[in-house]
Design a protein around this ligand. Structure first.
Ligand code: ADP
Ligand code: MG
Length: 629
C-alpha cells in the first residue's frame, strides 16, 4: 500500500507552531513525555495480557529502550507495549484527544514572541508533540499487540503527516527523532542519563540506554509506590505525580501509605496545588488509577474514589483484589468499596489536620477545591459530618473565610440560627438590603457564591444542632437579638416615632400589587433601603429558583410569588404612608404606580428582571418628570 497523507487537526497545528517557535529552556522534557507514553503502553499491554497472554508473545519483560545513533543523529525511544493500529496512529498522533489539552490550547494566545505562554507549556507538558521541540522529523513505527502488520507514521511537524506500511519484529512502538543540528546534546549518553534520572527515575519498567554497543539500565525499574517512603526523594515523588496525574505543578500534599490487615493496599495520592483543567468537566470523573499487584487495571474507576474528590491524582495498588477482575465488575466489588471508604477517610483526615495546624496553607487548598469538596455534602451522606467542618465561608464580618465552628462561637445572644445568603457576586452580596438588620445587630452572615451552595444547604439542615437559615426567607427572627449600640443611637436619632398610615399603606400595596406578590410585610431586617423581596418560609429560595429556571429544571412551574418587605423608617415609605392615610378609601389608586415601581426596585435588587421593562421605563420617566416640575 502506498503512502497516505493526513492533515493535523487545527489545534495540533497551532500547538506545533508554538512548540516549534518556543524559546522554552527545558526542551529536555520531550524525553519525559515519550518515556511516559512508553510506560503507559507497557501498562496497558500488561493488563490485556492477563486474559490474553498471547498478545505479549509470551514476553512479559516490559521495557523501554533508548537508542542513540550519532552518525544518523537520531534518538529512538522504543517500547514493547500495546502499540497502535493504523487508525490509532492517525487518531492519537493527529488530534488532541485529552480534553484538558484541548482547552489549554484554546486558551493559548498567540503570545509566542514574548514567550508569555511558553512557561505555561513547560508546566503543562504537551505530550507526544513536544518531540518537535528538538526534532526536525519524527518517525513512529508501531505494531499493535495481536496484529501482524506494522505502520509507519512520519511528520516534520508542519501541518501534515504520512502513514505507510512499516516493519517491526514484535508488538510495540518506536519513536525515532531526527534531531535538529543544534540539539546534539541529546546524542550524548551522559546527558540522556541525567535527564532520565531527573524526570523518569520513578518509571516502573526498566529504561535501557543503548549507545555504541553498550547497554545500561538507567532506573530502578520498580514501581515507585512499592519502595519505602524513606528511599523516595521529593523530586521522585514530584516527577511521578507529573507522569501519573498529567499535572505539572508542585503537589500540595502527598499521601503515601501502606495499609495491612484484612485488606492490604498501598496508596500514593497527590493533592495538586493548582486546579486541573478538567476539574469542572461535566463527567466529573475521579482520576485515581487502580493497580492490582502492580498491574495497571484502570484509570476510570468511580468505585475507587468519589466524584467530589476528583482533584486527587495518583494510584492505589492492592494485592487483595483479583487480577481477573473485569473493569465492569469493579463497581460492585465489596473489597473495593472498603478500600474506597478507607481512602476517603484518610484524605478527609489529612485535610482536617492541615486545616487545624496550617490555616494559611489550608486556605489555598480551599480556594482551589472547596467548591468541589462541597459536592460531598449532599453526595456522601456517611461523611457529611467530616466534610462540613472542613468547609470555609466568606462572611459579613470580615474578609477571611471562616469555619462553621468559628461562626457558631461568634453567635450573638438570642441568635439561634446560622444565617446565610447566596448570590453570584460577593461584593454585591455584601450590599444586599436584606443584610441591613444583621449589620445593625452585629450578627454575622455567611456569604455564599458557589452555585452548589444552594443545593447542599437545602439537604443539610443543621450544624451543631443550629439550623441554617436563609436571610432572604421569611421569618428570619431578629427581634430577639439586641441592636448594636451604634444602631441604637441611630434609631433614637431617627424619628423614633411610629409611621402613621403604615397599616393602610400595607393594605393599599397588597391591593395594588395583587397576585404579583405573595404578601406585603413591614420589615424588621431593613434599616437603610426602602424595600426588599423575601421568600416565604416554605418556598424555594429566590436564587435557587433562578438557577433551576436558567438550567430549565423548573418544568412548567411559574415563578413563585414573593413577599415584599417595606421599611417603615424610610423617607419614601413614610411619605407614601402619609399619602395613603390622607386619601382614605382611594389610597390604593393614589399609589398604584409607586407600588409597581417599589416591586420592580425590589426585583432588581434581587437580581431578577422587572416584569414589564417598557411599563417600568414609562413609570420611571413619569416620576422623574414630576420630580423635576
Ligand atoms: P497523553 O499521553 O497525555 O494521552 P500524548 O500526546 O503523550 O498524550 O499521547 C497521545 C496518545 O498517543 C496517547 O494517549 C496514546 O494513546 C498514544 N501513544 C503515544 N505514545 C504511545 C506509545 N509509545 N505506545 C502506544 N500508544 C502511544
Ligand atoms: Mg503522554
Amino acid at each position: 500500500m502506498s503512502e497516505e497523507k493526513f492533515a493535523f487537526q487545527a489545534e495540533v497545528s497551532k500547538l506545533l507552531d508554538i512548540v516549534a517557535h518556543s524559546l522554552y529552556s527545558h526542551k529536555e522534557i520531550f524525553l519525559r513525555e515519550l518515556i511516559s507514553n512508553a510506560s503507559d503502553a507497557c501498562d496497558r499491554l500488561r493488563y490485556e495480557a492477563l486474559t490474553r497472554p498471547e498478545l505479549a508473545g509470551g514476553d512479559n519483560d516490559f521495557k523501554i529502550s533508548l537508542e542513540i545513533d550519532k552518525k544518523a543523529k537520531t534518538l529512538t525511544v522504543a517500547d514493547n507495549g500495546i502499540g497502535m493500529t493504523h487508525d490509532e496512529l492517525t487518531e492519537n498522533l493527529g488530534t488532541i484527544a485529552r480534553s484538558g489539552t484541548q482547552s489549554f490550547v484554546e486558551q493559548l494566545t498567540d503570545g509566542g514572541e514574548n514567550g508569555g505562554d511558553m512557561a505555561l507549556i513547560g508546566q503543562f507538558g504537551v505530550g507526544f508533540y513536544s518531540a518537535f521541540m528538538v526534532a526536525k522529523k519524527v518517525e513512529v513505527i508501531s505494531r499493535k499487540a495481536g496484529e501482524e502488520s506494522a505502520w509507519k507514521w512520519t511528520s516534520d511537524g508542519k501541518g501534515e503527516f504520512t502513514l505507510a506500511e512499516g516493519a517491526r519484529d514484535a508488538q510495540g512502538t518506536s519513536v525515532k527523532l531526527f534531531l535538529e543540528k543544534k540539539e546534539g546534546e541529546f546524542l550524548e549518553a551522559m546527558r540522556v542519563r541525567t535527564i532520565v534520572k531527573t524526570y523518569s527515575d520513578h518509571i516502573g519498567v526498566p529504561i535501557q540506554l543503548k549507545d555504541d554497543g553498550t547497554d545500561e539500565t538507567l532506573n530502578e525499574g520498580s514501581a515507585l509506590w512499592a519502595r519505602p517512603a524513606k528511599d523516595i526523594t521529593s523530586e521522585q515523588y514530584k516527577e511521578f505525580y507529573h507522569h501519573v496525574g498529567q499535572m505539572f505543578d508542585e503537589p500540595w500534599k502527598i499521601l503515601h501509605n501502606r495499609v495491612e490487615g484484612i485488606l492490604a493496599y498501598t496508596n500514593l495520592l497527590f493533592i495538586p496545588s493548582s486546579p486541573p483543567f478538567d476539574l469542572y468537566d461535566p463527567d466529573r470523573k475521579p482520576r485515581v488509577k487502580l493497580y492490582v499487584k502492580r498491574v495497571f487495571i484502570t484509570d476510570d474507576c468511580e468505585a475507587l474514589m468519589p466524584s467530589y474528590l476528583r482533584f486527587l491524582r495518583g494510584i492505589v495498588d492492592s494485592e487483595d483484589l483479583s487480577l481477573n477482575i473485569s473493569r465492569e465488575m469493579l463497581q460492585e466489588n465489596p473489597k473495593l468499596a472498603k478500600i474506597r471508604s478507607g481512602l476517603v477517610k484518610r484524605v478527609l483526615n489529612e485535610l482536617k489536620k492541615t486545616a487545624s495546624k496550617k490555616a494559611d496553607e489550608y486556605a489555598k487548598f480551599w480556594d482551589n477545591f472547596g467548591a468541589v469538596l462541597k459536592e460531598g455534602l449532599y453526595e456522601d451522606f456517611e461523611n457529611r459530618d467530616r466534610i462540613l467542618p472542613l468547609c470555609r465561608f466568606r462572611s459579613l464580618a470580615g474578609d477571611d473565610a471562616i469555619s462553621l465552628e468559628t461562626y457558631v462561637e461568634n453567635m450573638k445572644e438570642g441568635q439561634d440560627d446560622i444565617f446565610y445568603i447566596t448570590g453570584e457576586d460577593i461584593e454585591l452580596l455584601r450590599k444586599s438590603p436584606q443584610l441591613e438588620g444583621f449589620k445593625a445587630r452585629g450578627v454575622d452572615v455567611l456569604l455564599m457564591t458557589d452555585p452548589i451552595d444552594d443545593f447542599w444547604i437545602g439537604a443539610l439542615g443543621t450544624f451543631q444542632d443550629k439550623p441554617f437559615k436563609s436571610i432572604t426567607r421569611g421569618g428570619a427572627d431578629l427581634d430577639k437579638i439586641a441592636l448594636s449600640d451604634e444602631a441604637k443611637e441611630k434609631e433614637a436619632g431617627d424619628d423614633a416615632q411610629e409611621t402613621p398610615g403604615i397599616d393602610q399603606l400595607v393594605a393599599a400595596l397588597k391591593m395594588a400589587l395583587d397576585t404579583s406578590v405573595k404578601d406585603v410585610w413591614v420589615s424588621a431586617r431593613l434599616t437603610d433601603s426602602a424595600v426588599c423581596l423575601v421568600a416565604d418560609e416554605g418556598d424555594m429560595d429566590i436564587r435557587l429558583e433562578r438557577i433551576l429556571r436558567q438550567s430549565r429544571r423548573m418544568g412548567e412551574a411559574g415563578e413563585t410569588p414573593r413577599i415584599l418587605e417595606i421599611n417603615p423608617k424610610h423617607g419614601l415609605i413614610r411619605r407614601l404612608a402619609a399619602r395613603v392615610e390622607d386619601t382614605g378609601a382611594a389610597g390604593a389608586d393614589a399609589i398604584s404606580a409607586s407600588a409597581l415601581l417599589l416591586l420592580d426596585q425590589a426585583r432588581i435588587l434581587e437580581g431578577e428582571q422587572v416584569a414589564d421593562p417598557i411599563a417600568f421605563a414609562e413609570r420611571l420617566s413619569e416620576v422623574m418628570e414630576k420630580g423635576l416640575a
